[in-house]
Design a protein around this ligand. Sequence first.
Ligand code: 6PG
Length: 229
Amino acid sequence: METRWQTAHDMRDWLARALAFVARAEHAAIAARGEFHIVLAGGGTPRRLYSALAGQSHDWPLWRVWFGDERCLPADHPERNSRMAREAWLDRVAMPAGNIRPMPAELGAQAGAEAYAAGLAGLGDFDLVLLGLGEDGHTASLFPGREWGESESAPDALPVFDAPKPPPERISLSARRLSRAHRVLFLVSGAGKRRALEDWREGAPIAAAAIRPAAGVDVLMDAEASPEG
Ligand code: 6PG
């Protein structure tokens, strides 16, 4: 599987490259299937991309917004990934409410994972999966030493009860389901991610490397995160 590494010159370039990547995925999906299924990354790095998308004009009614993972907190909790995406972007554009599919993490990890997997039943490959990268190589809520759901029999969504990154209880799409994607873009920024990128490039079995779509993955990093410095 191919991993394509991109290093942006600066944050402006990083954002321009991320926006262009999303636009290419959107146009290809709509041309082929008439709608665009995108999986959002959580954490802090994607916020700037989401804010920039809010300032653009897209065919929002054709977008279907899924989440790669969610923290088991009340639906409107400030630390929810869905709340970050809504505040930065989704509540600022004409996206039909029914097109946004947050993870029901307020139900708890087990019930929420089962409900989300049921909602994904019958859906084909995602058109675009956005993912972050943790300093320990985690992605979504797939953490070192835990179940990543790589096998063909793995469920689409996994309950997580002991995440080392708080909160401990989460829901995550499995590595298998995240790999069922036409395009995967990792959004990486900051010197804190440099070691994880070095490990990844050296072939270390980090969770991010378990995301293995047929078309390969793209990793967009800024100069601070780049192992080339
Ligand atoms: C979460 C995210 C997580 C995140 C990475 C990177 O719920 O925290 O899904 O996987 O993407 O930890 O987080 P930052 O972008 O904040 O560094």
